[in-house]
Design a protein around this ligand. Sequence first.
Ligand code: HPA
Length: 246
Amino acid sequence: MSAHAIIIGSGALTLPFDFEPLDVSMETRYGQASATPVAGGAGSNKVLLLARHGIPHRIAPHAINYRANLVLLQDLGTERIIAVNTVGGIAPEAKTGVVLFPDQIIDYSWGREQSFSDSNKLYHVDFSEPYDEELRDELVAAAQLAQIEVVVGGVYGCTQGPRFETPAEVNRMGGDGCTIVGMTGMPEASLARELGIPYASVCLVVNPAAGRDGDTIDLDALAIVSQSGMERIGRLLVCFFEGLER
Ligand code: HPA
């Protein structure tokens, strides 16, 4: 028996498990979480789903209360977190439609509540490996079983949003070594580390980052890629939970 939480971002992720809303308050000691998680069973494993942008989808990336979301999941017994993120592709391997497991982060966001440190406790956490390797390996193995092509490794550049980047910003990020760009990877990953909860991210590339294909960002096309990609990520997660049963 293990307890996993999946933090869902943009795009509808449906999983074939029976989920029920939990009878818990969204209010935490760090303020209000994005939504009430739903809980379900995947075999003998417990899964919590939390909608990062709220239900309905309304909370901008910079306005998400990442600390409340994480303590809520911790209080509900979460032992590992799988973050699902939609991103733009910067490097050539991050083609639109690809599922990518990042292994590094550069944080360009600002002004977000990014630590549980306070006058009582200071968290200087090691963040050399920002994502949990074991969890990532298990997710990669599940992708192989589900016959889903993935890119393993890459640098997630986290921007402030909610606007998309300028091509000049994307060029700078590419020069910095970013493979993909998203708006919600941080401080979620480092807060999970402060709490000691293993955390890995499954990224779906839904568009070429600004300027990367010489065109403007097409939000309609992005929504279509997101929908078909989430179907693949759903299959990947089913294989992941089946793997835990073995
Ligand atoms: N930039 C930032 N966040 C994103 C993008 C992007 O191009 N696509 C999806 N999320």
